[in-house]
Design a protein around this ligand. Structure first.
Ligand SMILES: [Zn+2]
Length: 457
């Protein structure tokens, strides 16, 4: 064996106390309990959890720096126990919608990435759909579109006609079509009204993009996908009603899923708005009084998985006179794991098992990466995260993303990442990122399919 890691080993079935994971040639060779096998080195983690490497199913590495943004984002991932990211297509200056862009992004992963990277693709308004097959053949794990124009060139709105065409093109595949779910007409009208009324603070953000805009967009998309027979995936839902809409379609036999970002479980504009202002601005907005009900959606199994929606915006992007001019999105890569674990533990859940399920196994299955990723079992990649139950007050000045700000600053986590193994090698020792840019690999979509495995069909 190259290395044996001792600790509380978290497998899908159970936590193996006094367990070990033996690694050889970058893969997990064996898992056991008690006496450890011979190895070149033994890493005794004491009482820490030995988790499958975390998979962040929603990141925006290139929205500000372009493809070189992969370096700080994946460096932050490794320090946060995240060994695979699934990156959104909205790179600066243009999104991933062509074979040339895919090739360039794969090359950038080879040059910059500290962790493994799977990719979303997209299409531009008016673009012929032959690109869909080209990108699918190139290994993208999903597609994403937006019902709302954040930027005409980088993050455009896709209208209903093209959305239906795209869903029909994807219906014969396992590739989900992710949606940024906000109705453009409602949001633009409400923002104009709020501006005219002189509103400019975070309290005006949620009402300016009301739940009605989010839910109507969600429902419209679910129906288009049901008609096309495609997999509709809502990439962030801010209210329980959104997950219940998705669940209605799923129970009717359609391929529909919804994803939750961890900040919706942490922040409330009524509690944190005065302190954070634009530092908690995300779209769809974090709404007042939703945390308990969103946790209930998770506990009752209506959420596919949990992600960070990490956005690598510099803080300058948030210093605007009006909330409507501030950038949307927050850094969250390095806080995803401790933030989720902390919430789960506070709610009395078996936090380690739930973390392995919602932050590793489920996203791996969802993006066709399972069982190579997302689970500790022989034959899987030796991507392993060591997490200790230990109080930690978050301080973004020590984060590896280089951004020096976070909505989680001074918030208390009850777990801390002590080490990260990527492909069998120690990539983070609890203080320093040890691996080099280019250690990460591009991951093509593999064989696992969410719905067949979920239903056993
Ligand atoms: Zn996002």
């Amino acid at each position: 064996m190259d290395v044996v890691i001792r600790g509380r080993v978290v497998t899908p079935e159970a936590i193996i106390e006094d367990g070990w994971v033996a690694v050889k040639g970058g893969k997990i060779h064996a898992i056991g309990q008690g006496e450890v096998p011979d190895a070149a080195s033994v890493h005794d983690t004491g009482n820490a959890f030995v988790l499958p490497g975390i998979i962040d199913g929603q990141t925006h590495a290139g929205s500000y720096l372009g493809l070189p943004g992969i370096e700080p984002t994946t460096r932050s991932a490794i320090a946060g126990g995240v060994t695979t990211i699934v990156d959104m297509p909205y790179d600066n200056p243009a999104p991933l919608s062509s074979a040339e862009h895919l090739e360039a992004k794969i090359a950038a992963v080879g040059q910059y990435a500290h962790c493994d990277v799977a990719l979303y693709g997209t299409v531009m308004p008016g673009q012929p759909l032959d690109a869909v097959k080209v990108l699918a053949d190139g290994g993208v794990v999903a597609f994403k579109i937006s019902a709302f124009e954040s930027s005409p060139t980088r993050f455009p709105r896709i209208d209903a006609g093209l959305t239906l065409d795209l869903l029909e093109a994807l219906s014969v595949t396992d590739l989900p079509l992710g949606l940024h779910n906000e109705d453009q007409e409602i949001v633009r009208a409400r923002i104009a009204r709020a501006r005219a009324a002189g509103e400019n603070g975070i309290a005006a953000h949620s009402p300016s993009r009301p739940a009605a805009a989010e839910l109507a967009s969600t429902a419209h998309f679910l129906e288009l996908a049901a008609s096309a027979g495609a997999h509709a995936h809502i990439v962030h839902i801010s209210t329980p009603r959104g997950f219940q809409l998705v669940d209605t379609y799923a129970r009717d036999g359609f391929r529909a899923t919804g994803e939750l970002c961890v900040h919706y479980l942490w922040f409330d504009p009524e509690k944190h708005g005065a302190e954070l202002g634009a530092r908690m601005k995300v779209n769809p907005p974090i709404r007042p009084g939703q945390i308990d009900a969103l946790w209930q959606e998770l506990a009752e199994g209506r959420i596919a998985f949990v992600s960070s929606d990490h956005s690598s915006w510099p803080i300058d992007n948030k210093f605007t006179d009006s909330i409507f001019d501030a950038g949307a999105g927050v850094p969250g890569m390095e806080t995803l794991l401790p933030a989720f674990y902390t919430v789960a533990a506070e709610r009395g859940a078996d936090a380690a098992l739930m973390t392995a399920e919602y932050l590793a196994e489920r996203p791996a299955r969802f993006f066709g990466l399972y069982p190579r990723k997302g689970v500790l079992m022989p034959g899987a990649d030796a991507d392993i995260t060591i997490l200790a139950e230990e109080e930690d007050i978050w301080d973004s000045s020590r984060a590896e993303d280089g951004l020096r700000w976070s909505p989680y600053d001074v918030r208390r986590f009850t777990a801390r990442v002590k080490a990260t193994y990527h492909a069998g090698r120690l990539a983070y020792d609890g203080r320093t990122v040890l691996n080099t840019p280019g250690s990460g690999r591009y991951l093509r979509r593999g064989e696992s399919t969410w719905f067949q495995e979920e239903t056993g069909a």
